[in-house]
Design a protein around this ligand. Structure first.
Ligand code: F0G
Length: 453
């Protein structure tokens, strides 16, 4: 049996669209060459994100029917709270509608103007929350290559320098994002989390875990560090929660459901302040912007997600997919994590300078060639306007992410994506870049209008 054989069979199916070449060309033009603006009915394989795109299990679908839709104190909340407490060890549990609501609520309690949040890498919505609070988000990822098992770690040398330097007193929180989505989806090691705990104690700053992919991180830790033998993946996940003071998560990932998020923590006073914010912006604190049935589906998803057969399939299918994309000629980043394969568009398209968005050029060509939707994680997402206000300061790397929705696509779907990639690689030298004609100040990638140069 191949290691990545799906450890489930399919019980409900949904047809996928096959738009023609002319429809794809027209869709790109109408969308202002921005993949986010293309309707899903014109996408064959959607690898835009692993967020909220999971297929739920039969057990989750049946849990939906037990949803208690009472406004306050629903049984669904009690079930959710119980599962989260067991998993994380945190007594205070606040559901919210998705990850960024959690980030905004807790980070705005901890940060003010002039403060600093430091992280292995803030995800873009996390950075937006930090900046909306008037604070600065500082990313200190380690450098990694193919031989680095824990490329998601935070760089201690730079962290210590920051904390003992002039601006050290401005640092108000440390965020460890597991896995490190914005930096190649690489895992964070237990050792890294332990030293973060020590450093946070020394400097009296709270240690926050962005636990959106906590189970995938724990599996990769298990797989890559011998010290975890004899323990379960769930125990390893729990150790991360134990080391941190608080966590938030987008449950649209490892909750294996289509919506949801949470804040969980020890500090009763901070929880009380966050709860007041939940009431103001999300709803009564026992539903936090979700339906009771969502909480039941999430409670079940949080039990299923640490199943080792499922996680092995997840990690091995990503590894296999990286292999077929590499055979197709794409420069893939290794080692692979679980939720996505990242490709270096800068290496594939060296003739397109960063300000002409090589990662966007690859994303758009994958769509044109076979209605495959991926995400750009290059200068469109991470670039910043330069001093002249016109030319962007480029992102550190021009990456394209092929995200893998949970339990949705089979190996033959992924083989199709590799065939499309091969066609794009064949004409890489002819691809052209883009320029931005319209953009918003925050998270411009969602709305920007682009033109080929
Ligand atoms: N933190 C991480 C690490 C994330 O990857 C995301 C979302 C969030 C927070 C925000 O959660 O979307 O529920 O509000 N990542 C998605 C992605 C959007 O495609 O990687 P949200």
């Amino acid at each position: 049996m191949p290691a990545f054989m799906e450890p489930f069979r399919i019980k409900a199916v949904e047809p996928i669209p096959f738009p023609s070449v002319a429809e794809r060309d027209a869709a790109l033009t109408e969308a202002g060459h921005n993949i986010f603006r293309i309707p899903a009915r014109l996408i064959t394989i959607d690898m835009l994100t692993d967020s909220g795109t999971s297929a739920m299990s039969a057990a989750q679908w049946s849990a939906l029917l037990s949803g208690d839709e009472s406004y306050a104190g629903a049984r669904s909340f009690e079930r959710f709270e119980h599962v989260v407490r067991e998993l994380t060890g945190y007594p205070e549990v606040l559901p919210v509608h998705q990850g960024r609501a959690a980030e905004r609520i807790i980070l705005h309690e901890l940060l003010g103007r002039g403060d600093v949040s430091v992280s292995n890498t803030h995800f873009d919505s996390t950075r937006a929350s930090v900046e909306a609070a008037g604070a600065d988000a500082v990313d200190l990822p380690v450098e990694y290559d193919e031989a680095t098992p824990f490329g998601g770690d935070i760089d201690f040398d730079r962290l210590r320098r920051l904390l003992t330097g002039d601006g050290g007193a401005r640092v108000r929180c440390l965020v460890l994002t597991v896995t490190n989505n914005a930096n190649g989806g690489q895992p964070v090691s237990l050792d890294n989390a332990r030293v973060v705990r020590q450093i946070c104690d020394e400097h009296d700053i709270p240690f926050l875990l962005d636990a959106s992919r906590f189970a995938e991180n724990a599996y990769l830790v298990h797989h890559r560090s011998p010290e975890t033998s004899g323990t379960t993946v769930r125990e390893t996940a729990r150790e991360f929660f134990r080391l941190a003071d608080a966590c938030w998560a987008s449950l649209k990932k490892d909750g294996i459901a289509n919506i949801g998020g949470l804040i969980a923590l020890h500090d009763a006073d901070l929880a009380k302040r966050c709860r007041a914010k939940v009431i103001e912006t999300e709803g009564f604190p026992t539903y936090g912007g979700l339906a009771g049935r969502d909480l039941d589906a999430l409670a079940q998803g949080l039990l299923e997600v640490t199943d080792v057969d499922y996680l092995r399939y997840r990690a091995e299918s990503a590894r296999w997919f990286a292999g077929v994309l590499a055979e197709a000629g794409l420069p893939v980043l290794r080692p692979t994590g679980c939720h996505a394969v990242y490709v270096d568009a800068g290496r594939l398209l060296p003739h397109i300078p960063p300000h002409q968005l090589p990662a966007t050029a690859l994303v758009n060509e994958l769509y044109r060639a076979g209605a495959v939707r991926t995400t750009e994680l290059g200068t469109l997402v991470f670039g910043r306007p330069g001093t002249d206000g016109a030319t962007d300061i480029p992102a550190p790397r021009e990456l394209v992410r092929f995200a893998i929705p949970r339990r949705v696509y089979t190996a033959s779907h992924l083989e199709y994506v590799a065939e499309v990639a091969e066609r794009v690689v064949a004409k890489a030298a002819d691809l052209r870049g883009y320029r931005i004609v319209e953009q918003d100040d925050v998270m411009r990638q969602f709305t920007a209008i682009l033109q080929p140069v």
